[in-house]
Design a protein around this ligand. Structure first.
Ligand SMILES: [Zn+2]
Length: 333
């Protein structure tokens, strides 16, 4: 690993807010800025705000950083660093890396935000020291990442790790991806909110506690409200989250059988809001995954939380930039 005098700027570019941080070679965050993304004002405004924040961090930093790593909520072209598609930002084929490079004169690497978070957890978080792991981030949607044999899998067209879209229920509810019965459509935050709204409407008595937390309005029910109700012991919320744990156990069992990881790391807003899910998932895995795959397995909680993205994107620049996205690819040709 790199010396601690080395550093990079890590950026987590989300649809509404962006984190820009100084990260050292040991994965420690120094100064961190939280800025609004301003996606509605267009790509030029987003980049301008980002460049100003980077220059702010660079000011007075003395030694130049190894580079700038950016995790973006969207699909990224690994060759050009362009953002192919980001529904959250409203971007199509946006020349992102080139524009930042031109403006700042530093190496820039761009990757998907969940992939960046996987790098962070692997190198500095709950996956430290382990070369085979899965990350599952259960937020509004479910994103993931796979580290296999000491490499973060990228796939043939850079989309590997879409773990939320494995099918759990052939005849299940529709998913945003066009399939039905995906793990995300059963256990993602948006799906939890939808299920809670339906239950509350069909059985107002059982749903009274959840509805109260949503100011009496079913349309205001969120996964966060369901988690808070479960923590307070509400039977309906607990039953809903038991089903969520079941879907996540079934999905994880398939992934554990496919990749034989030593660790499965769970993070994201839903898990942070109701950490007991992890124990339920671990229990659910028993009897579903193959015993030899279960033997070395640990199911753990994310260590870096919402900072995994900035730490991981900075780590990407410091440790792996050319190897993963440049020379290796060309050599394999
Ligand atoms: Zn899906």
């Amino acid at each position: 690993m790199q010396g601690k005098s080395r550093w990079a700027i890590g950026i987590d570019l989300g649809g509404t807010k962006t984190l820009v941080a100084r990260v050292d070679g040991g994965g420690k965050i120094g100064r961190m800025l939280r800025i609004p993304t301003n996606a509605a004002q267009g790509a030029a405004a987003v980049k301008k705000g980002l460049i100003e924040a980077i220059q702010d961090i660079l000011k007075g930093s003395g030694r130049l950083p190894a580079g700038i790593g950016v995790g973006v909520a969207g699909q990224v072209d690994p060759e050009s660093g362009a953002v192919k598609f980001s529904p959250n930002l409203g971007w199509h084929d946006e020349p992102f890396r080139e524009d930042l490079k031109k403006a700042l004169g530093l190496p820039v690497m761009v990757t998907n935000d969940v992939r960046a978070a996987t790098w962070g957890e692997w190198l500095y978080g709950a996956g430290k020291g382990c070369n085979d792991l899965l990350c599952l981030f259960v937020g509004t949607g479910i994103g993931g990442g796979v580290v296999s044999g000491g490499k973060v899998l990228t796939g043939c067209s850079n989309t590997a790790g879409e773990l939320g879209h494995i099918t759990i229920d052939l005849h299940g509810p529709p998913c945003h991806c066009g399939n039905r019965g995906c793990m995300e459509a059963l256990a993602g935050g948006w799906a939890i909110a939808r299920q809670a709204r339906e239950k509350v409407k069909s059985d107002p008595k059982a749903g009274a506690a959840i509805l109260k937390r949503a100011d009496g309005r079913a349309d205001k029910i969120t996964a966060k409200i369901v988690a808070a109700s479960a923590k307070a012991g509400d039977p309906l919320a607990l039953a809903l989250l038991d089903q969520v744990a079941l879907a996540l156990s079934a999905g994880s069992a398939s992934l554990v059988n496919a990749f034989n990881p030593c660790r499965v790391i769970f993070g994201g807003g839903v898990v942070e809001g109701y950490p007991r899910l992890i124990k339920k998932i671990a229990r659910g895995l028993k009897g579903r995954a193959l015993p030899p795959a279960l033997e070395p397995l640990r199911v753990v909680r994310s260590k870096l939380g919402s900072q995994a993205g900035v730490v991981g994107s900075a780590a990407l620049v410091m440790h792996f930039s050319e190897r993963i996205f440049g020379e290796d690819r060309k050599k394999r040709g």
